[in-house]
Design a protein around this ligand. Structure first.
Ligand code: SD4
Length: 321
């Protein structure tokens, strides 16, 4: 077959694609391949938005989200808001392989990880602390609050719900929450020789998020979805908005109804754009023939990294939005 095995992932994270490709060729197991690829990005701290030391929250802590979804068994494992453990895609894989649950969150996900043998360590780096300090010193522009009162003792919270005669201070903050510099979840799809498909994601979420925030990436159907009878889809972008529309699920369902990957991804993006015209994000869709494409919004073009049996070498391709 010309098109499989296949590895495709968001953005030009070619080293992750390469790692997953090596793994699928040597071990023929797509969950292992996704783990290897996403782990590579976690180690490289791909663009500062995957892995430790990126996207500090309002308290300066980096927390991680990841998902692994197996289209062969429809089994999944995910973690949201994981604290103090670097290997988030591997923790998600452990949830898949060693529990009947689908999603573990926060400190108790950390407890699970430590029980499974993962090391607990600080996820901050000099760089993430510096970033956070600069943000603090720059009046802590609150990216993610709305309808709250400014704190009378400075603008760094805690905030209270807005009262009748106070101003809605969200209007004062025009900084885009997500843009091409704050965008880089790795979301990956792998199809193996046996035509099994799986998908996964790994991210540190959003800069200066409110502590406790979990994005779309660990949510099945939002960050990723896979079904051996159809194909798979993965997403990246403004997760707070995207998760409301389950774009990965929608793209897969559109392919189930006969759409090609391009059209399926576009329908998923359009569904969001109808309500949030300026939203930033992209969806990749792949069918079981190994045909792939993507659609995007809020940027000029969306690059993705892909390799299959025909290409042999990892290539960066892009779609314009
Ligand atoms: C999130 N979807 O946590 C992730 C971030 C991302 O491109 O993908 N940005 O919202």
């Amino acid at each position: 077959d010309a098109s499989v095995p296949l590895v495709i992932n968001t953005w030009a994270f070619t080293q992750a694609t390469e790692k997953a490709w090596e793994k699928i060729l040597s071990e023929h197991n797509n969950l292992e391949a996704i783990e290897a690829g996403c782990t590579k990005c976690e180690e490289l701290q791909c663009d500062g938005t995957v892995g430790y030391g990126g996207s500090p929250d309002e308290d300066g802590e980096s927390t991680l989200d990841a998902l692994m979804f197996d289209g062969k068994t429809m089994d999944m494992g995910a973690v949201g808001g994981l604290r103090r453990v670097k290997n988030v895609i591997s923790v998600a894989k452990h949830v898949l392989e060693h529990t009947e649950h689908s999603l573990l969150v926060g400190d108790l996900a950390t407890k699970f990880a430590v029980g499974m043998g993962f090391r607990e360590e600080d996820l901050s780096t000099d760089k993430s602390i510096q970033m956070w300090k600069e943000w603090k010193n720059n009046k802590c522009q609150p990216n993610f609050w709305k309808n709250v009162e400014p704190n009378p003792h400075g603008s760094c919270g805690p905030y209270k719900p807005i009262s009748e005669n106070s101003i809605n201070f969200k209007e004062n903050w025009k900084q885009p929450k997500f843009n091409s510099y704050n965008h880089d979840t790795i979301s990956m799809i792998v199809i193996d020789n046996q035509h099994n498909v799986a998908a996964g994601t790994s991210t540190n979420g959003a800069k200066y998020k409110i502590p406790g925030r979990v994005g779309d990436s660990p949510i099945p159907g939002a960050g990723a979805y896979a079904d051996n009878s159809v194909g798979a889809a993965v997403a990246t972008g403004d997760g707070d908005v995207m998760m409301r529309f389950l774009p990965s699920f929608l793209a897969v369902e559109e392919m189930r109804r006969g759409k090609r990957p391009k059209e399926a991804a576009q329908i998923a993006i359009n569904r969001i754009v109808e309500r949030y015209p300026k939203f930033f994000g992209a969806v990749i869709a792949v069918n079981m023939k190994g045909e792939y494409s993507a659609a995007c919004n809020g940027m000029k073009a969306f690059p993705f990294s892909v390799v299959n049996n025909e290409l042999q070498h990892v290539t960066v391709q892009e779609v314009s939005c």
